[in-house]
Write a protein that binds this ligand. Structure first.
Ligand code: F58
Length: 826
């Protein structure tokens, strides 16, 4: 029960330095059990976090109360990943407590900046997909949309990357080791999740129903996280599930006297939420991963139907109350789960259940790589979820009938579209299931959605064109401009007011200022200050030095061949080779630091070799006195959200150089442009839209576009021809292969990369090399004119307002969810 209906919220009641200090000290004394003078930084951080949390708590309770009262349509964002980033700063910003907290702590002799560095960010995601989910829940809250995020509380997040002799070595990310003040566990609301066993005929069941007799169970314990809107009184919920062994299960084995077995059973159950799979694009098809998926989805559906909906809610009206957004195929097992509940538990007949199910799910696809589309062998699925497999078969039977009716005699098409694949093993194609069941299917950038409809899911788009739509990704301006770049934020606010924080399109108001020399000077001053900040962080964190106050050229993203970090590496090697051989005069090269940030999936050998080579080349270049510090390679280990927030505001150049037609969207590209970096990029993913908006003059486009790349591939691409035809390319590759960067070592990573690029080159790196190197030369020339460069940079900021995740969410609301904001204060 809350204190009193009429009690004003804490934030409104006592928003003062004195009250903040009182709360902080109370937390320190009564929660941490220490006095200020004996408190560790961790004690102080935890006390600060809990004090901030208190201020948001009243709003949270209010939001939940209103939600229950209003019964408005809710968006449930189902995602196996939420890459949240540090929580303290975002909570203080949302609650408008930054200034008060800073002053309060200063009065106590505590430096808040030090406390900020104590926080270990929850790395509950791999990369873009997980970070997008985090941006989306921020925007949902800020736009006042009733919504809830559902996911997994991994005990270990994405691995901590270290380098040993330049090679990636993974360490466990024990992010909970010092306690997390941002979560509230509710073991009393745990939900049972079933696995395995068999099915049998249902007694008195409805048409299509069967009884599932599961073999084992685990408990899903909810941990709630606050998702505060930006100063709008709304605090939504992110509910992450943690696996716990059921008592009954343990007790049964325990009573049989087998203590070891009882403990082992507990471990098996609790393994489910132990660790996130560190894959970036190729799903491994491991049983534990399917367990994770069903675990969080089953718990989330049950939670919504039982705890969020009123007990007497007529499920026929479900589409008025809920939209389940499927973040890629990872949560798609929710589809047969809802069917199972409606048919086997609620005794609905099949058609009625299917009619409702098709209205409450929508599917977002995040890839174009065929190998990234999840497929589950029926053996595995049937063993773990026998009833769900039966339901999927029936969904497929009816679907296949529809295809036959629409395309009589076209059995090839039926085979292509079937949810069940027969080759190489019988398996369920999760993207097909999602497309058949979803009310909508969307890609994440205009080009991606186009290619989905034309290529990856072409048969489906032909049959149901109205299902397919685009929602271009976005990023939250709160975290990726307001928080991460306070100086630029201040300058913008001074110029156009602070409305941009929640309406990023207002950045357009900066356009005329691109012509204002004084504004540009201040913009440059801020960029330099951000570089100093970056240099400080990298020096302390990694012992890395930057190239004077030269250009910061950044390529940060997961390591994958299609993203082509190897192309960037070839450019660096070619530049170095050119300088050393006298082909390129050193004075003509603008001082630059090439910054890399990239984790490789632990089993992805080629990606790990690329890391090794970047580090090897970096070591040689950084140690070469003849370069007079003009070129540096900085590859800080363990790139994460925390580091992104320091790097992105300091960058001049953003590298977005994937092979056209392979990167679904990208979101780093948006963050860089928004912070005034110019992009060097291919016509891929959201780069296309960025370039259209910022203008050709303010973007370095190079390389083949998607049709050209597809045509070259179809005509029989021969990378060796490019190697032979371009002397600079040949020299760079030969230098690499000579062992120059690897202490004379010519085997291992060096020869593997040489062979891979000159023989197969799956992502046509060599074909784009010449265009890339030429574009880099224009970058150097352009950077020499700082006035023109900063004019372009300001225009990038002014024209990037479209890439706010608030706009993405508004698009989802309008095109897919048909849900409405609900004002908290009315
Ligand atoms: C990314 N996908 C896309 N997948 O590659 C990127 O273009 C896009 O901007 C972003 O999604 C957001 O839409 C991505 O990050 C994963 O990390 C999956 C994790 C789980 C296994 C399969 C890949």
């Amino acid at each position: 029960m809350h204190v009193n209906e009429n009690t004003p919220p804490v934030a409104a009641r006592e928003h003062t330095v004195e009250s903040f200090t009182r709360e902080f000290l109370r937390e320190l004394n009564f929660s941490q059990g220490v006095d200020l003078d004996r408190a560790s930084d961790n004690d102080k951080y935890l006390a600060l976090a809990k004090t901030v949390r208190h201020y948001l708590m009243t709003r949270w309770l209010e939001t939940l109360r209103n939600q229950y009262r209003d019964q408005a349509k809710t968006v449930a964002y189902l995602s196996a990943e939420f890459l949240l980033g540090p929580q303290l700063e975002n909570s203080m910003l949302a609650a408008d407590l930054d200034a008060i907290a800073t002053e309060s702590l200063r009065n106590l002799g505590v430096d808040i900046e030090v406390l900020r560095t104590v926080e270990i960010e929850p790395g509950l995601g791999n990369g873009g997909l997980g970070r997008l989910a985090a941006c989306f829940i921020d925007s949902l809250a800020t736009l006042n949309v009733p919504s809830i995020g559902y996911g997994i509380r991994y005990e270990y997040g994405i691995f901590r990357q270290t380098f040993v002799d330049g090679k990636q070595v993974e360490k466990p990310d024990n992010w909970l080791s010092l306690g997390s003040p941002w979560e509230i566990a509710h073991p009393e609301n745990a939900v049972e999740v079933h696995f395995g066993g068999r099915t049998e005929a249902a007694v008195d069941g409805a048409e299509g129903s069967r009884a599932w007799i599961p073999g084992w169970h685990v408990m899903a314990v909810p941990y709630n996280y606050m998702v505060p809107g930006y100063r709008n009184g709304r605090v939504n919920t992110l509910r992450l599930w943690s696996a716990k062994a059921t008592q009954a299960f343990d007790l049964q084995i325990f009573n049989s006297g087998d203590y070891e077995e009882a403990v082992r059973a507990q471990t098996v159950a609790e393994n489910i939420s132990k660790v996130i799979y560190p894959e970036d694009s190729t799903p491994q098809g491991k049983e534990l991963r399917l367990q994770q998926q069903y675990f969080f989805v089953a718990a989330s559906l049950r939670d919504f139907l039982v705890n969020v909906l009123p007990a007497d809610y007529p499920l026929e009206n479900l589409p008025d109350r809920i939209m389940w957004q499927l973040n890629d195929t990872h949560p798609v097992i929710a589809v047969p789960e809802l069917m199972r509940i409606l048919i086997d538990e609620k005794h609905w007949d099949w058609d009625k259940a299917w009619g409702i199910t098709q209205q409450v799910f929508a599917y977002t696809c995040h890839t174009l790589l065929p190998e990234a589309l999840e497929v589950w062998p029926t053996d595995l699925l049937g063993k773990l979820l026998p009833r769900h497999l039966e339901i999927i078969y029936r969904i497929n039977e009816e679907f296949v009938e529809k295809v036959r009716a629409a395309y009589p005699g076209d059995e090839l098409r039926v085979r292509r579209m079937s949810i069940v694949a027969d080759e190489p093993v019988r398996a369920i194609r999760m993207a097909h299931l999602a497309t058949v069941a979803g009310s909508h299917v969307n890609g994440v950038a205009a080009l991606h959605s186009q290619l989905l409809a034309d290529k990856v899911l072409a048969d489906f788009a032909h049959m149901w064109p109205e299902k397919f739509t685009n929602v271009t990704n976005g990023v939250t301006p709160r975290r990726f401009l307001r928080l991460s770049n306070p100086k630029l934020s201040g300058l913008i606010t001074e110029a156009i007011g602070d409305g941009w924080v929640t309406d990023l399109s207002q950045l357009r108001g900066l356009e005329p200022l691109a012509e204002d020399a004084e504004f540009r000077r201040r913009f440059r001053e801020i960029k330099s200050a951000n570089k100093v900040r970056l240099a400080g962080v990298l020096a302390k964190r990694d012992g890395i030095e930057l190239a004077g106050d030269g250009m910061v050229d950044a390529m940060v993203k997961r390591l994958h061949e299609y993203k082509r970090q190897s192309l960037k590496l070839l450019h660096i090697v070619s530049l170095y080779e050119g300088i050393k051989s006298g082909r390129i005069p050193l004075e003509s090269v603008a001082p630059r630091t090439f910054v890399f940030g990239a984790k490789a999936a632990p089993g992805y050998v080629r990606a790990k070799e690329t890391i090794e080579l970047i580090n090897a080349v970096g070591r040689t270049i950084n140690a070469d006195a003849s370069l007079q510090g003009r070129l540096k390679v900085a590859f800080p280990a363990n790139y994460n959200v925390t580091l992104a927030e320091v790097l992105i505001p300091a960058a001049d150049l953003s590298e977005q150089i994937s092979l056209a037609g392979k990167e679904a969207s990208g979101t780093g590209n948006m963050k860089f442009a928004l912070n005034g970096a110019l992009t060097i990029g291919t016509d891929d993913g959201a780069n296309v839209e960025i370039r259209k908006l910022v203008g050709d003059d303010n973007f370095f486009l190079f390389g083949m576009d998607e049709p050209a790349a597809a045509a070259l591939q179809d005509s029989g691409y021969r990378p060796g021809d490019f190697y032979e035809a371009d002397a600079d390319l040949k020299a760079a590759l030969n230098l690499l292969a000579s062992g120059h960067f690897t202490d004379g070592e010519r085997g291992g990573a060096v020869s593997s990369m040489f062979a891979s690029l000159t023989e197969r080159d799956r992502f046509m790196t060599l074909a784009d090399f010449r265009a890339y190197v030429d574009a880099q030369a224009s970058v150097d020339a352009a950077y020499a004119d700082q006035e023109a460069w900063s004019r372009s940079a300001v225009l990038n900021v002014a024209r990037s307002g479209f890439f706010s995740s608030d706009r993405s969410i508004q698009d989802y609301l309008d095109r897919i969810w048909k849900a409405k904001p609900v004002d908290q204060n009315s």
